[in-house]
Design a binder for this molecule. Structure first.
Ligand code: FAD
Length: 461
C-alpha cells in the first residue's frame, strides 16, 4: 500500500464514509482559500472529523506515513494558509460545529473549532454575554481559523484581536497526541504561553479542536461618526489625534479609490471627490458614546475634515457602516483583485497611503486602500482589468512593493491575514536571523517531521 492508502485506511477506521472525500471533482472545493495570487496544489483526500479523537487518529497515521496535512477551517483566509499542497490530506474542521459550554459566572465559552464566528457570537448573546473579535468575514469564517490567524476585526481597536480572547486550547499535535494548553482563569502565568504560541500559527504547530474564549458584558449601542477629508494626510493626522485622546470601538478608513469603487458598485451618495472617509464608533457606557463621538467629530474638523457628523440612529449608523463593509465586494466587482494587508505605526498612516499610490503609479495598476485605521492596519487592494495577464503580473510586483513600504515605515507585512504561502519572502525580511532561527526550531520541536501545513507561515529566503 502507498502511504496515502495507509492513511486513508486509518481514516476509514475512525470516520464515517460521508466524512471522507476522494472524488477529484469535489476536492478542488477544499483546495484553496479566498486569496488570489496564492499557489494551491492537489490533495489526495479531504476528511471531516467531528471529534478530537478522530483528528488524533488521522494525524497519528499521517505522521507514521509522513503524509503532509493541511488543516482547514472555513477557507475564508486571504493568504493561502489553508491552500492544499500536492499529495496532501486536507483536514477540514467545519463539521466540528458544537458550542460545548458557556460558563457565565467565569465569563468564557468552550467551543469546537468549526463554529462560525457569527454563530458563536449569537450563541453567547443568548447567555447575555459578548464575544468581541469581529472580522468582516464573521458570517463565513470559523473560530479555529480565527485562532490560527489571530484574526482581527472592526472593534479590535478597542477590544483587541483574537489573541486577547483566547484563554485555553485543546490541540492535537502532529503525532496525534492531544494536549490542553492555557487556563480557565482570567489571570495565570504558569509555564510558557504555549496556547499563545498556537494563536496565529496558521496550522503549522497543531490542529485546534477546542477553544476556550473570554467573553465580555454586552457593550451598549454604539454612536457612529463619519468624517470626510479632502486629502489623506489630514485623515491620517485626525486618526493619530483621535487615538491619542479617545477609545473608539471602531475607526475605519476608506481612500479615494475605495470610495469610487463603492459608489460605482452601489451609489450611496458618498462624496466621490473626497480624498478619504473615516467611519468611527463609540460604545462608551452611560451616555459617554455621544460625548466621545462629538469629540471625535470636533477633532476631525480641527484636522481639516470638510464634513463631519455623528448619528445615534441605529438605521442610519448601519447605512454608514455599510459603505465600509461594501469595500471588498465593490472592489471585487470592478475586476481582478489582489488584497494586501499591512500594518504601520499610526503616525505613518498617511505616508504609507502616499507611498502605496506611488507603487500603483510605478506599476500602472489601481490600488484601493481601506482598513482599520485605528490599528494602523491597511488593506491596499490591487485592482486590474479582468483577465489581463500582463496587469496581473504587475499586480504581483506591486503586492511585494507594498510589503516593502510597510517595512520601510517600521510596520509589519501582515496585520491580521497571516503569512500563508503569499508572504514568506517578506517575513524573511521582517524577522532578524536569530528570530527566524527560533521560528525554525519551534516548528521542529512541535512537528519534527514537518507534516503540518508545510510551505506556510515560515520565512523563505
Ligand atoms: C471578505 C473577507 C473579509 C475578511 N475580513 C477579515 C477581517 O476583518 N479580519 C481578519 O482577521 N480576517 C479577515 N478575513 C480573512 C479570514 O476570514 C480570516 O483569516 C479567518 O480567520 C480565516 O478563518 P477560516 O475559518 O476561514 O480559516 P481558513 O482560511 O480555512 O484557515 C486559515 C488558517 O488557519 C488554519 N486553520 C484553520 N482551522 C484550524 C484549526 N482548527 N486548527 C489548526 N489550524 C487551523 C489553516 O491551516 C490556515 O493556515 C476576511 C476574508 C474575506 C474573504
Amino acid at each position: 500500500m502507498t502511504p496515502e492508502d495507509e492513511v486513508l485506511a486509518a481514516c476509514a477506521a475512525v470516520l464515517d464514509e460521508r466524512d471522507i472525500v476522494t472524488d477529484h471533482e469535489i476536492l478542488p472545493t477544499y483546495s484553496r482559500d479566498r486569496s488570489t495570487g496564492s499557489a494551491a496544489g492537489e490533495p489526495f483526500a479531504a476528511v471531516f472529523p467531528r471529534r478530537a479523537e478522530q483528528v488524533s487518529a488521522v494525524l497519528a497515521a499521517a505522521h507514521a506515513h509522513r503524509v503532509p496535512v493541511v488543516p482547514r477551517g472555513a477557507g475564508s483566509g486571504l493568504s493561502g494558509g489553508s491552500n492544499a499542497i500536492d499529495g496532501s490530506l486536507v483536514v477540514c474542521l467545519e463539521r466540528m460545529r458544537e458550542v460545548i459550554h458557556v460558563d457565565v459566572a467565569n465569563g468564557f465559552v468552550e467551543t469546537q473549532p468549526g463554529v462560525l464566528n457569527t454563530d458563536l457570537r449569537e450563541h453567547v448573546l443568548g447567555h447575555g454575554l459578548w464575544y468581541a473579535p469581529d472580522p468582516a468575514s464573521k458570517d463565513f469564517c470559523s473560530i479555529g481559523g480565527n485562532v490560527n490567524t489571530n484574526a482581527g476585526g472592526l472593534c479590535c481597536v478597542k477590544y483587541g484581536v483574537t489573541r486577547e480572547a483566547v484563554l485555553g486550547l485543546e490541540v492535537v499535535l502532529a503525532d496525534g497526541r492531544i494536549t490542553r494548553l492555557g487556563r480557565r482563569t482570567v489571570k495565570g502565568v504558569a509555564g510558557y504561553d504555549l496556547a499563545g504560541l498556537v494563536v496565529g500559527s496558521e496550522g503549522t504547530l497543531g490542529v485546534v479542536t477546542m477553544a476556550r474564549l473570554r467573553l465580555r458584558p454586552v457593550p451598549p449601542p454604539a454612536t457612529t461618526a463619519v468624517a470626510v477629508f479632502a486629502d489623506i494626510a489630514s485623515a491620517g493626522a485626525a486618526v493619530a489625534s483621535v487615538m491619542q485622546e479617545l477609545t473608539p470601538s471602531m475607526l475605519e478608513l476608506m481612500d479615494k479609490q475605495t470610495i469610487a469603487a463603492v459608489e460605482a458598485w452601489q451609489p450611496m451618495g458618498l462624496d466621490a471627490g473626497a480624498g478619504a472617509l473615516l467611519v468611527a464608533q463609540s460604545d462608551a457606557p452611560h451616555g459617554g458614546a455621544m460625548i466621545e463621538a462629538d469629540r471625535l467629530v470636533e477633532l476631525c474638523l480641527r484636522h481639516g475634515a470638510t464634513e463631519a457628523y455623528r448619528s445615534d440612529d441605529p438605521v442610519e449608523s448601519e447605512l454608514l457602516l455599510g459603505a465600509r463593509r461594501m469595500a471588498i465586494p465593490a472592489i471585487e466587482a470592478q475586476g481582478d483583485w489582489l488584497l494586501d494587508d499591512i500594518a504601520v505605526p499610526r503616525s505613518a498612516l498617511a505616508e504609507a497611503m502616499v507611498r502605496i499610490q506611488d507603487v500603483a503609479a510605478a506599476n500602472d495598476v489601481r490600488i484601493c486602500t481601506f482598513g482599520h485605521a485605528g490599528d494602523g492596519n491597511l488593506h491596499p487592494t490591487i485592482l486590474t482589468a479582468r483577465g489581463d495577464h500582463d496587469a496581473a503580473a504587475r499586480a504581483l510586483v506591486a503586492f511585494e512593493q507594498v510589503l516593502d513600504v510597510a517595512l520601510a515605515l517600521g510596520g509589519t507585512v501582515t496585520g491580521e491575514h497571516g503569512i500563508g504561502n503569499l508572504k514568506r519572502r517578506a517575513l524573511g525580511l521582517e524577522l532578524d536571523p536569530v528570530a527566524a532561527g527560533l521560528h525554525e526550531r519551534i516548528k521542529s520541536a512541535w512537528d519534527p517531521q514537518g507534516i503540518l501545513n508545510p510551505g506556510k507561515a515560515l520565512p523563505r529566503w
